[in-house]
Design a protein around this ligand. Structure first.
Ligand SMILES: *[C@@H]1O[C@H](CO)[C@@H](O)[C@H](O)[C@H]1NC(C)=O
Ligand SMILES: *[C@@H]1O[C@H](CO)[C@@H](O)[C@H](O)[C@H]1NC(C)=O
Ligand SMILES: *[C@@H]1O[C@H](CO)[C@@H](O)[C@H](O)[C@H]1NC(C)=O
Length: 317
């Protein structure tokens, strides 16, 4: 009985989870909410790691960051700049990013730090665009207040390119036909725009950027963006389908077993109940009348000798 209750609970939880999953990732829905919060926490982690070990960075020098082993493959870099320098000179070739002059940061600070992220093979784990798959890694450009040294968990700034836009040049796109730029803004909302000649995307603000193609409706996380993405994504797709099918089969069998057990118990209960009520209604011939008599009474009823109704019965009051 306990195992049935346990199984029911498991099935219920699975049902809730899977319905939640499907509603969270249904086509057309942006990956906001929970997913955005997870991506944000990755931002904080990468900021801390890119600041860590560079307690006194030299202005204008790019430092490559180290990441914890649980996200190995991800790359970060950091540069500390004067706001005036960013505004009047920009920053050329900050990895894939080319920052022109005219970029301002809000709220105003004298010194800020720009953090670069390349999520590589972790891209589609942290970012997702329903109905699309990444054909390039997700790249991040974020700005932080960096007034005081050593740098710690400083607040995020908003940057805005007031003149020319910031450009992002993607290398080694796996595919080009139908490719679109995607920008996940600071709130995690995705926006699509055209890919420019030379595999360039442009932006006026900070956030996360990549290139996607339509995946033909089937939304499957592809774990290898860029490079040999196609072969891998197909393998994952097939593996996903097989695993999903198997899981469905197992769950169906469990459900069937549960229904069987439940039915048997129900039938047993019904039989017991039936037997009881039959017993209860067993008629006994007493004094020439057919009266329903409970069979389990300890003293056998002897109506003939019974005393008259008690004086406090409702009828007499
Ligand atoms: C990875 O490890 C770091 C430190 O060891 C930890 O702070 C962080 O939460 C972990 N991140 C993930 C995504 O597991
Ligand atoms: C990404 O690649 C690194 C090796 O470069 C590996 O350690 C890591 O497990 C991979 N991550 C995922 C999600 O496949
Ligand atoms: C990080 O920020 C929080 C609040 O923003 C602050 O309370 C905490 O002391 C900071 N940690 C460090 C190491 O500066």
């Amino acid at each position: 009985m306990e195992s049935i209750a346990c199984m029911t609970t498991m099935l219920l939880i699975f049902g809730i989870l899977s319905s939640h999953q499907s509603s969270a990732h249904s086509p057309g829905q942006p990956s906001t909410g929970f997913a955005a919060a997870i991506a944000k926490s990755l931002d904080s982690l990468l900021r801390d790691y890119s600041f860590h070990g560079v307690s006194h960075p030299r202005t204008g020098v790019t430092y490559q960051g180290k990441v914890p082993s649980n996200i190995s493959g991800v790359r970060t870099a950091m540069v500390r700049l004067r706001s005036g320098s960013l505004r009047f000179r920009g920053l050329k070739r900050f990895h894939e990013f080319d920052i022109p002059d005219g970029v301002i940061a809000r709220p105003y600070v004298q010194r800020l730090a720009l953090v670069y992220q390349n999520l590589e093979n972790w891209s589609s784990i942290y970012y997702r665009l329903p109905g699309h798959r990444f054909i390039a890694p997700v790249l991040g450009l974020l700005a932080y207040e960096a007034e005081d040294l050593p740098l710690t968990n400083s607040t995020e700034l908003h940057i805005l390119a007031t003149e020319k836009p910031i450009s992002i040049k993607f290398r080694n796109l796996a595919q080009k036909t139908g490719a679109k730029c995607v920008w996940f803004d600071p709130e995690g909302l995705p926006r699509l725009s055209d890919l420019r000649p030379g595999n360039v995307c442009i932006t006026r603000r900070q956030g996360h950027f990549s290139v996607v193609v339509n995946s033909g409706g089937l939304v499957v996380p592809n774990l290898r963006p860029g490079g040999a993405a196609d072969g891998w994504s197909n393998i994952w797709r097939i593996a996903g389908a097989v695993a999903g099918g198997f899981l469905f089969l197992v769950l169906s069998v469990l459900l069937l077993m549960w229904v069987k057990v439940y039915r048997r118990e129900k039938r047993m209960k019904e039989m017991v109940h039936h037997a009881e009520s039959e017993e209860a209604l067993q008629k006994q011939r007493i004094g020439g009348a057919q009266l329903p008599v409970a069979p389990m009474v300890r003293t056998r009823p002897a109506l003939e000798n019974e005393e008259p109704m008690a004086p406090h019965s409702p009828a007499s009051e």
